[in-house]
Design a protein around this ligand. Structure first.
Ligand SMILES: [Zn+2]
Length: 411
């Protein structure tokens, strides 16, 4: 039986840190259940020497796809593990990995930020005694999307933690834009690296049963993003969308074509996002209507309907925020693919001895590299990266993408 850390691809150092901390946490629980003995959570007596101990707040950092939330969930499982190791087989491990453990809460912000109301409620619940007798664990995915007020609510909880509460934050980096300096200063950092294409391919072959040649291609094309590689290997629609993005450089034959390409890219991102949220939106709407007694005829139903308008409006607002986020994520994936193409053109122009990101368009990228020279390829690569930065900084996607397409065409 694989233990809970088996899904962390190419993260040996982080796994060592987390195993030690889990052992230390288990030792703490044992000591606490022995009357008359106290132990400092970070003290060397906790287990494994100084720095190896348990602490109440952690930040998992790394590029998208490196497995930040996978690492956080595995660590949560190890904390709830009956053996204190993350064995992968006991009920504690099992329920945590399945997302049903009563003392593990996962926060996935659906919009572009985490509402302060949600954060306060969460902090309050996290302070309660763990029902399973081990730890209350709160995992916050995309903690970089915490607004200032939500961040402050969290900071208070981290500054004065309940003895059995553990916060696991996931963020791209510990840059102040991602995580406030005050929160960061109270957390232990677990840096994750971008796994190599070989490591990703190996996982696809051995864990997902994907054919080695497909796995190799998908792992390279996904640029170290395990989830993306898996999707590319399995989902023909994901492959089609990628093909369409990689056809962009060939299509840029003039100003009109550049605007057409921009419109097509935006529309494809919108369509992909709409498909990804449609089912969830509908289920939520149906659930709310049932809760509000829609279709009922009694006096209670009529009373419920009077408050319903506000709740429906709230739900629509939340769904709109989620759709915007899904669109941005889809667009960003497309831009990363496009950046990979120009990166291939650049490395080819420089005759750098590295494998191409997109093996299936390597010949095209090479031709581009010859035509544009290294400088031209670099300018184009920078245009794509600038577009990502602009969208991240809230420039309207259509405007940012049009500017990028024009830059790619002009060189
Ligand atoms: Zn276990």
């Amino acid at each position: 039986m694989a233990d809970v850390f088996a899904d962390l691809v190419g993260q040996d150092e982080a796994v060592v840190t987390l195993r030690r901390a889990a052992a230390s946490a288990a030792a703490l629980l044992r000591v606490e259940s022995t009357p008359g003995v106290t132990v400092e959570p970070d003290g060397p007596e906790a287990a494994g020497g100084p720095g190896a101990g348990m602490t109440h707040a952690w930040i998992f950092t790394g590029p998208p796809g490196s497995g930040r939330s996978v690492a956080a969930r595995a660590f949560a499982a190890a904390l709830q593990c009956g053996h204190g190791t993350g064995c992968g087989a006991c009920p504690g491990c099992h329920t945590t990995m399945a997302g049903t453990h009563a003392d593990v809460r996962l926060v996935v912000p659906e919009g572009l930020s985490i509402p302060v109301k949600e954060m306060r409620a969460l902090v309050l619940r996290a302070a309660s005694t763990p029902s399973g007798g081990r730890w209350q664990v709160v995992i916050i995915e995309d903690a970089d999307r915490l607004g200032e007020r939500a961040g402050n609510a969290l900071l208070k909880a981290i500054e004065e933690p309940s003895p059995r509460t553990v916060f696991l934050l996931c963020a791209p980096s510990t840059h102040p834009d991602d995580i406030s300096v005050t929160i960061r200063s109270r957390c232990r950092i677990v840096p994750l690296r971008q796994p190599s294409a070989e490591a990703v391919a190996e996982v696809l072959v051995h864990r997902d049963g994907i054919a080695p040649d497909v796995a190799g291609w998908a792992a390279a094309a996904a640029q170290g993003h395990v989830g993306r590689a898996r999707r590319l290997a399995r989902d023909p629609e994901a492959r089609q969308r990628r093909d369409a993005v990689l056809a962009v450089p060939r299509r840029l034959t003039g100003v009109g074509a550049a605007f057409d390409a921009a419109a097509a890219l935006i529309e494809a991102a919108e369509a992909e996002a709409a498909a990804s949220v449609a089912e969830l939106d509908e289920a939520e709407r149906a659930a709310l209507q049932t809760a509000l007694g829609a279709g009922g005829t009694g006096r209670g139903a009529a009373a419920a309907m009077r408050g319903a308008a506000g709740q429906l409006k709230d739900l629509e607002k939340r769904q709109k925020s989620r759709a915007t986020r899904a669109q941005r994520d889809a667009l960003d994936r497309a831009l990363v693919d496009l950046a990979g193409f120009y990166r291939d053109a650049l490395t080819s122009a420089l005759r750098a001895p590295v494998a191409p990101v997109h093996t299936d368009t390597a010949a095209l990228a090479e031709a581009g590299g010859q035509r544009w020279s290294a400088e031209g390829a670099l300018r184009r690569l920078e245009a794509v990266l600038e577009c990502r930065v602009a969208i991240e900084a809230n420039v309207k996607p259509r405007i940012a993408v049009e500017a990028m397409m024009l830059a790619l065409w002009k060189g």
